[in-house]
Design a protein around this ligand. Structure first.
Ligand code: URA
Length: 237
């Protein structure tokens, strides 16, 4: 595939803007400046740099963002800036969207992609992708609250109880909850349903992905092919 087409496919602007990046010698492939728009490369997995920033070529982007507090997951946010502002323009240009939503005040692991099928695959409760939340509670956590969260609680928009796949107290006023659904304000509403109140919420895990090795709050990185394969693998049930 021509290099100018590769840049275009990755969100680096119009064809004319991509040609301009090459003409201004701002693109490097394998460490070497490449200025020929017709230079031919295999696009899948191609590593390149634009203005010093490293990129990997994916036909569909999947990125992991460490969401800080104070950002909305909406594309048209009402009160807080959009998480999309934490991503560089080429990713926004490609139309990446959050895979599910985290509340404005929730921190932690957020995936974003321009692959609609993947969004469906990762958010559908049918596929049972577990997400782990670290919850700071207002009141002490007791065994009865943990039991109820595991057994199932009824929320106000659905008569069917929702239950946590996993729940453990991690401190006097903290819980670790594992959910496979992603209902609106689900953790906060489940915690309220057992008579407690969520003061802080952090998502530490999404399927096989964790924030253990970064990125730092506000930073992002591409999800690798190996990680993608792990995400798509059926979890043991
Ligand atoms: N549950 C919530 O209540 N809020 C989130 O941001 C995520 C899960």
């Amino acid at each position: 595939m021509r290099l100018d087409e590769i840049l275009f496919s990755q969100g680096f602007g119009s064809r004319r803007e991509c040609a301009g990046l090459l003409a201004r010698r701002l693109v490097r492939v394998s460490g070497k400046v490449e200025a020929d728009p017709a230079a031919d490369f295999e696009p899948a997995g191609l590593q390149f740099e634009v203005e010093g920033q490293a990129w990997t070529c994916y036909s569909k982007a999947l990125v992991l963002l460490h969401k800080p507090g104070g950002y909305e997951c909406s594309q048209k946010p009402k009160h807080w800036p959009s998480v999309l502002l934490l991503l560089p323009p080429p990713l926004r240009q490609r139309g990446v969207q959050p895979v599910g939503r985290l509340d404005q005040d929730t921190t932690g692991l957020l995936l974003l992609t321009d692959d609609g099928t993947l969004i469906h695959r990762l958010t559908s409760p049918k596929h049972h992708v577990p997400k782990v939340y670290e919850v700071g509670c207002d009141r002490p956590v007791d065994a009865e609250q943990v039991r109820q969260l595991l057994h199932g609680v009824v929320l106000d928009d659905d008569p069917l109880p929702v239950r946590a796949e996993g729940c453990e107290a991690t401190g006097e006023r903290s819980l670790r909850l594992t959910l496979v659904q992603g209902k609106y304000h689900q953790v906060k509403r489940m915690v309220a349903a057992v008579g407690n109140h969520c003061l802080s919420l952090h998502r530490s895990t999404f399927g096989a992905l964790t924030l253990d090795d970064g990125p730092a709050p506000g930073q992002w990185r591409f999800v690798t092919d190996a990680e993608r394969a792990l995400l798509m693998a059926k979890p043991p049930r």
